[in-house]
Design a protein around this ligand. Structure first.
Ligand code: SD4
Length: 338
């Protein structure tokens, strides 16, 4: 045990296992507010989230506001409006949101609504459910007053038509900072960075944690395919007593190991956020070594005390960090393969 907090976490776990009743752990010292999010485009999301937190706002409002930024970014083809479509040309969006009181909401395979994260928030607030999908999610969004819109932009439409010439389904993660769009030096039509998710985690001035995750999923996916991002425990998990985690990359691999839940549970057992992300990634690498060689999965974690961890299978995963010292840090994560 490297710290008193880790010792406390481990003690609580042991007590829970032996059936002793233990009061929920609360912050020993007031945490410093912080926002972290996946990829370089997380910088802009963090800044908007930070404005909410600086005003004394709730972490849940902060992560929702932050997630809306890439959803509205017309240059971002992997989140929200302008996201690349499925193989039949439909833009379908996945999102989830969760706070530190186990309140959560999610939507999957949602079409025609530009801000799925806000629909996920309404699921959390207005329904007895956790997740709505497809036509039902759209019906709910329209009933809630969200406008029905065409999300396929001319640029995404052109990329899809280029992809139709080869129709090769090949996940290509954003592997270089500040590049999203066509893979540099590639001559293959439709050879684009075809998946990247915004996962954002925040700790506010009151020490409250929340997280949000939003994506258009894997470009050229099968119609109806849903990834990890809207699944609580896979793409996002928050436990107010321990910490929060989110993921990016090939969602099928994250769903298989309940990735974000695993990261938080490893933290509960005493691992630091960094070691927890490493172990969750290495489980994928160990269980599926051949598959893991060619695909990307990255985890980002934030403890209740404000410690951050990040790790990915492949190099190239970066995360954005915003705190009192600096609002626009981009930090490369370590990886299993160099
Ligand atoms: C998915 N995890 O739908 C998302 C896509 C992604 O980096 O994050 N790519 O599987």
């Amino acid at each position: 045990m490297s710290s008193r907090r880790e010792f406390l976490n481990a003690s609580l776990t042991t007590s829970a296992l032996t059936g002793l009743s233990v009061a929920p752990a609360r912050a020993v010292t007031r945490a410093r507010p912080i926002v972290v999010s996946t990829w370089d485009f997380g910088v802009a999301a963090n800044q908007v989230a930070w404005e909410v937190i600086s005003r004394g706002g709730h972490a849940l409002d902060a992560v929702e506001a932050g997630a809306r930024v890439p959803e509205a970014d017309m240059k971002n083809h992997t989140v929200g409006r302008a996201g690349y479509p499925d193989r039949d040309g439909h833009v379908s969006l996945d999102a989830s949101i969760m706070d530190d009181q186990w309140r959560c909401g999610a939507v999957a395979a949602l079409e025609h609504i530009a801000h799925p994260i806000s629909v996920a928030r309404r699921v959390l607030e207005k329904t007895p459910h956790v997740m709505l999908v497809g036509a039902g999610a759209l019906q709910f969004a329209l009933e809630q007053g969200f406008p029905r819109e065409e999300l396929l932009t001319p640029e995404s439409d052109a990329a899809w038509k280029a992809w139709l010439k080869t129709q090769t389904y090949k996940p290509i993660a954003n592997s270089e900072m500040s590049t999203y769009g066509h893979v540099p030096n590639s001559k293959l039509p439709g050879d684009v960075h075809n998946h990247d998710t915004l996962g954002i985690l925040a700790l506010d001035q009151q020490g409250r944690l929340s997280g949000a995750c939003t994506t258009s999923g894997m470009a050229w996916k099968m119609r109806g395919r849903v990834g990890d991002s809207p699944i609580i425990g896979a793409g996002l998990y928050v436990d107010g007593e321990i910490g929060a985690a989110t993921s990016t990359g090939v969602g099928e691999e994250v769903i298989r190991n309940s990735g974000s839940f695993l990261v938080v549970e490893l933290m509960r057992q005493g691992l630091s956020p960094q070691r927890a992300c490493e172990e969750a990634v290495m489980r994928i690498v160990r269980r599926r070594p051949e598959t893991a060689k060619s695909l990307q999965v990255g985890f980002l974690a934030l403890s209740r005390q404000g410690a951050v961890g990040a790790f990915a299978i492949q190099k190239g995963f970066v995360y954005a960090r915003c705190d009192q010292n600096s609002v626009d840090q981009i930090i490369p994560a370590k990886s299993a393969f160099l």
